[in-house]
Write a protein that binds this ligand. Structure first.
Ligand code: KIV
Ligand code: ZN
Length: 514
């Protein structure tokens, strides 16, 4: 059995999904969970793309100690220098440099000859190695590149000091057989290839990202790149949880192991879904709500007689538990603190106190507080950026009845500290509320998505709302939870607006990279 390294890019390629805008604390929370999950390397962001990205990468690099942290950079000195400033505090800083190698990208995007591309890649890799102990070089659009040109540039880049070579299928175009052959060719043709880790990075445009990655592994890749839940630009990236479970369940076919703790899969998936607002579909492999549900009578009968008749993965293996009953009205501070720890949260005393108060409030309305409820509550507290001036709800009231026109009244505190008030009507209560908020908020707002779901089951379940707003032409996601659906909806709306405000304060420029 040989080891396959796992490179997670949820916080970079995944964060490029439309509308995903994680704040620094949310990114840190995901980073800590990725460390717990056992990924070998995490790509924390693209430091020179914005001040916000720089700060997040720095915070992650300074905090995470059991996983190598990397940042993306273009092949320009200023990107390398900025990335070093963000990453130098990491336990094992790594730089991820990329430059396109396909004729189509070199001609139309870079406007460089193949020789110029080789020179730039070699120059920047050797420059980066003066600072970074680890440098990964990616041949962007490798799957549509000329193979002999790839072999030539890879050999030169390795001589210049690259420690990892990545061959991305940037546009999700390749097939398993073809991608596998590319890896085999590179392994057989590039004389110094055994000095580096060889990595695959697949996009899912044709739904083959995981299959393509596994084909690369079978043909010499020693590192696989992907994201949690397969999130990412367009159709997303290879889903790490699917790769990990495929390698484990079919170890008869794939003689490889990873460092991943498979029982952390569900929690990692839930956290990423909650914070990004990109929920997985019910039938998604490994982490979908129905992944372990047996509906037909014949299947149920079979599973009851012997689970393996229809179940190739056990829920326990991937950390799908019973959503255990937590504490109730009479639970004390001590028991609460223990449970918070058990759920993997580290909260400073002040936040712990806040969490306990919220928990107590919740038990006034909800008899049984489950792990899921607490997960929602603690995630909200942990990732709240209260330090920033923002819109805050002071009071709202919604009148609704089958015989009257839904009307909302809102008292709102603006980022300047002023209290403003308005009332509006709508076709329904949420519309009335959103119209009222819109009338009080200076920014130009357009609601493009609205989702409401319950956390767990039961009449007293917590409500969680997700919205997507276009705020002055920028797409922003927001989320909010509360016991009441209208309050959760209001929180989500304001969260999206407040994220825009934070984003404006921290953003210099945001370059989008595939
Ligand atoms: O898909 C891609 O080519 C990328 C590179 C930046 C590695 O994400
Ligand atoms: Zn990519």
């Amino acid at each position: 059995m040989s080891q396959i390294k796992i490179f997670d890019t949820t916080l970079r390629d995944g964060e490029q999904s439309p509308g995903v805008n994680l704040n620094q604390l949310e990114k840190l929370e995901i980073a800590k969970q990725l460390e717990r999950f056992g990924v070998d390397r995490m790509e924390a962001g693209f430091p020179s793309s914005s001040k916000g990205d720089f700060n997040a990468v720095k915070m992650i690099a300074d905090t995470i100690k059991d996983t190598s942290v990397t940042g993306l950079a273009r092949t320009v000195k200023s990107d390398v220098d900025t990335a070093w400033e963000a990453l130098k505090g990491a336990a094992e800083p790594c730089l991820h440099l990329f430059l396109a190698t396909s004729p189509i990208h070199m001609t139309y995007k870079l406007k460089k000859t193949p020789e110029e591309v080789i020179d730039t890649a070699v120059e920047m890799v050797s420059y980066a190695r003066q600072k970074f102990p680890q440098v990964e070089w990616s041949a962007e659009d490798a799957s549509r590149s000329d193979w002999s040109f790839l072999a030539q540039i890879i050999e030169r880049v390795i001589d210049a000091g690259a420690t990892v070579i990545n061959l991305p299928d940037t546009v999700g175009y390749t097939t398993p057989l073809e991608y596998g052959k590319l890896f085999k060719f590179i392994k057989e043709t590039v004389p110094n290839i055994d000095r580096v880790n060889l990595s695959c990075h697949c996009h899912n445009d044709l739904g083959m990202a995981v299959a393509n990655s596994l084909a690369a592994v079978e043909n010499g890749a020693t590192q696989v790149e992907g994201t949690i839940n397969g999130i990412g630009e367009r159709a997303g990236n290879a889903a790490i949880e699917e790769l990990a479970v495929a390698l484990k369940i079919r170890s008869d076919h794939y003689p490889y192991y990873t460092r991943l703790q498979l029982n952390e899969i569900k929690r990692t998936s839930d956290l990423v879904a909650k914070l990004t607002g990109m929920y997985v579909q019910s039938n998604k492999a490994v982490v979908g709500k129905n992944a372990f549900a047996h509906e037909s009578g014949i299947h149920q009968d079979g599973v009851l007689k012997h689970a393996s008749t229809y179940e190739i993965i056990t829920p326990e293996m991937v950390g799908v538990g019973s959503n255990t009953l937590f504490l109730g009205k009479h639970s004390g501070r001590h028991a609460f603190k223990d449970k918070v720890k058990e759920l993997g949260y580290e909260l400073p005393d002040e936040k712990l106190k806040e969490a306990f108060n919220l928990f107590k409030e919740l038990t006034d309305h909800k008899k049984e507080v489950t792990d899921n409820d607490l997960f929602t509550l603690l995630t909200e507290i942990q990732t709240d950026t209260a330090a920033v001036d923002r819109y805050q709800m002071e009071m709202f009231q919604v009148q609704y009845g089958s015989a009257n026109i839904p009307t909302a009244t809102v008292l709102l505190k603006t980022p300047d500290g002023e209290s403003v008030q308005a009332a509006r009507t709508g076709q329904g209560s949420v519309e009335a509320l959103y119209k009222t908020l819109d009338s009080l908020i200076e920014e130009n707002l357009q609601l493009t998505d609205y989702q409401l779901k319950s956390v767990g089951r039961g009449k007293d379940a917590l409500a969680e709302s997700h919205v997507q707003l276009v705020v002055n032409n920028e797409t922003m996601n927001g989320r909010g939870s509360a016991q009441d659906v209208i309050e959760a909806s209001a929180n989500a709306f304001l969260d999206a607006v407040n994220r825009y405000i934070v984003h404006q304060k921290t953003s210099i420029k945001k370059e989008v990279v595939k």
